[in-house]
Write a protein that binds this ligand. Structure first.
Ligand SMILES: [Zn+2]
Length: 688
């Protein structure tokens, strides 16, 4: 799932769509599944779409069995009719290739397409996405349907883009079957130049007598008596991501033969889900249900998604109008929350908000997932809020195409995430997202916007660069971060970063090998804390999870551990980069944090870093209030979303776009959202 949203293949998808499909207004709509409804309801759908301001729907995502009820026999009449009605109503269509859920007949005739778990259990049909991503049989059948769709609808006037499959890898990301095993061996042979010794070196197979004499001996990392080889696991994730990407590309090529429409698919950027195995679902879901501030998760994921599109506008393909159906307890959105959540996404760069789904189903596994039209019908709070949202989005046409200009970046990498959370590590309490989320939260509370950037990405525009828990990093990535500090940026690296290379081999000579010189520290030994244990730092801050034996070789010690296993040793250091004897020379700094601070401590540190880096907030921030900025040439729009029960005086003047008037001081009511337009001088270095 989340792991498939690999940096390398996410970028072209989003940017391609947004470069070739320029919406003239913010997109508003959702998944539309007319095949679930009778004709009168389908006619009513069109009226209600017009009434609520819907202008884009995703059609046909789960329609394979309806479009091809028996092998090779296609029934397109109902889809023709639906497309025609939508076109007449002026509703654009993101047309799915309909390959997301294979029909029953395919699994019946070809059970070999069914995926297999790490334990060796072949999964049955009856849910959805029951196919092995490496299956050539599945590929043949899905491409046949895709071709029929492309030929028939490739130039349809209602269709503005193609939607390949759906949530690729949501349930079948990692398949351990024999077909996958053979494909994995081919992938490895290519990666290691058919040289089995190169693979043995990379995987460190001298340990535990794991050496291979031919590629034929290699299997997927199926359940073994003890920890599978970590590099084997990492390569299997990379392979699995590539296989899903190959499916995407194969469909895209077919579409391109018959259509000039842009092609996309939807990513599942949900920070609570990294692995789609059943071990991780149950415990993680309770956590989500218990999250008292779900808006923070949305903000984090929205920024992360903008990072995937390299800062360009993106499209929120599926979100929920109210409760979802897949948690143990599905909490409904409070009045006003739909608008605030939607504004969060627009504020963070989305050029549209689409929902799953248009009309809540009356049958099936997702029938309790809220839609734009609820079971109660149009005489409902939810429908009235949907119409209100359509109206608000209609007032914000002017922000389409605008981008962000933040001074702060968080380095983020899915491969580091995979590596960080492999088994047999110093502490299972070290979670890849923990510190990233703490940092994001502190910045948001201060009213400072932040971008997510790959460690090898362009860091040139940033004054402050945060590197949380970047366990695995390439030489190029480490050098990229170091050169940002060398040109004057402030850099913060946190514990368990720079530990291994991309083969998951330790960078020797003292941790963190990749950042030792940059940070001016050398860590001799990890001293992780026991479950629930806390320590106190010399400035009184509380910390948990991690401590270590750090020596400040070049850096200055800012705080040290007052107690715990690292008592008296540095917990926070600061290293000045460059020659400070030259007058006027730009000085960068590299800070190192050797423990997990409590949120108060993190806020204090972030404040210190913002100060040093000269980064000012958009306005005085406050917990529960989000301040973000979108820009286009000399114009900027400041979005303020107030999740609190108090009015928020923003101390900002400009044109209140939703209020339709110029204001001397923007006051955002409790639970409200506002957009302030201002014209700023186009000076170097950003807005003034
Ligand atoms: Zn398989």
């Amino acid at each position: 799932l989340f792991d498939l949203v690999d940096y390398l293949w996410s970028v072209p998808v989003h940017s391609e769509v947004m470069n070739r499909w320029r919406p003239t207004s913010l997109a508003f709509g959702g998944d539309y599944n007319p095949e679930q409804w009778d004709q009168p309801t389908q006619h009513e759908d069109i009226e209600l779409m017009v009434q609520s301001g819907v202008n884009l729907v995703t059609l046909g995502v789960f329609s394979w069995a309806t479009l091809e009820p028996t092998p090779g026999v296609f029934e397109f009449g109902w889809l023709d009719d639906s497309l025609q009605r939508l076109q007449q109503a002026g509703v654009n269509v993101d047309l799915a290739t309909a390959t997301a859920s294979p029909p029953a007949w395919l699994a019946d005739q070809h059970p070999e397409i069914l995926p297999v778990t790490a334990e060796g259990t072949r999964l049955w049909p009856g849910g959805r996405q029951h196919y092995c991503p490496s299956s050539p049989v599945f590929r043949d059948y899905s491409l046949r349907l895709c071709r029929e769709m492309a030929i028939r609808y490739g130039n349809h006037p209602a269709v503005v883009m193609w939607h390949v499959s759906n949530e690729l890898g949501c349930h079948n990301a990692l398949c351990y079957c024999d077909v996958s095993a053979a494909a994995f061996r081919d992938w490895l042979a290519k990666k290691y130049g058919r040289d089995i010794d190169a693979l043995n070196q990379a995987w460190g197979t001298k340990f535990w007598s794991q050496s291979y004499s031919t590629f034929e001996e290699i299997l997927p990392p199926r359940v073994a008596p003890n920890f599978p080889n970590p590099t084997h696991q990492l390569d299997f994730r990379r392979f699995s991501s590539d296989q899903l990407l190959a499916n995407y590309k194969a469909e895209r090529e077919v579409l391109r033969e018959h259509s000039s429409m842009p092609v996309t698919t939807n990513f599942m950027v949900m920070s609570h889900i990294k692995e789609m195995d059943y071990f991780s679902w149950a415990p993680e879901l309770d956590l989500i249900a218990a999250d008292p501030e779900p808006y923070r998760e949305l903000a984090f994921c929205a920024d992360l998604t903008r990072g995937l599109s390299h800062g360009q506008p993106w499209l929120l393909m599926e979100t929920s109008t109210s409760a979802v159906n897949w948690q143990p307890r599905n909490v409904a959105k409070q009045p006003g929350e739909l608008l605030r959540n939607s504004m969060q996404h627009i504020a963070r760069g989305a050029d549209g908000v689409l929902f799953f789904q248009w009309r809540a189903s009356k049958a099936g596994a997702e029938k309790f997932h809220a839609g734009l039209v609820p079971h109660a019908g149009t005489n409902s709070r939810l429908w009235r809020e949907v119409c209100e949202l359509g109206g608000v989005l209609g007032q914000l046409t002017e922000v389409v195409g605008s981008t962000s200009n933040n001074d702060v970046a968080i380095c983020f990498d899915w491969q580091a995430w995979w590596g960080c959370e492999l088994d047999s590590h110093p502490s299972s309490d070290v979670k890849y997202l923990d510190v990233a989320q703490q940092l994001h939260r502190a910045l948001t509370d201060f009213g400072v916007g932040v971008d997510f950037v790959h460690p090898e990405g362009d860091l040139g525009a940033y004054r402050l660069i945060l590197v949380p828990t970047l366990y695995l990093v390439s030489d190029v990535g480490a050098a990229n971060i170091a050169s940002a500090a060398a040109r004057g940026a402030t850099v913060l690296v946190t514990y368990f970063s720079g530990i291994v290379d991309p083969h998951d081999h330790i960078r020797l000579g003292g941790y963190p090998g990749a950042f030792r010189d940059l940070l001016g520290v050398r860590v001799e030994e990890f001293l992780p804390l026991r479950a629930g244990a806390t320590v106190t730092l010399s400035d009184g801050t509380g910390a948990s999870v991690w401590s270590e034996h750090t020596e400040a070789t070049q850096a200055q010690i800012v705080t040290y551990f007052q107690d715990g296993p690292a008592q008296g040793l540095p917990s926070l250091t600061r290293h000045t980069i460059g020659d400070n004897t030259i007058e006027g020379k730009t000085q960068g700094t590299a800070w190192y944090l050797a423990t997990k601070l409590d949120q108060g401590g993190m806020a204090k540190l972030v404040n210190q870093l913002l100060d040093e880096a000269g980064v000012a907030p958009i306005a005085a921030g406050r917990p529960g209030v989000e301040l973000t900025r979108r820009v286009n040439g000399p114009t900027e729009w400041i979005f303020v979303v107030n999740h609190t029960s108090e009015p928020y005086p923003a101390d900002l003047s400009g044109f209140d776009v939703l209020g339709g008037q110029t204001v001397a001081e923007l006051i955002v009511p409790p639970g409200g959202a506002r957009v302030l337009r201002r014209v700023v001088r186009p000076v170097l270095g950003g807005a003034s």
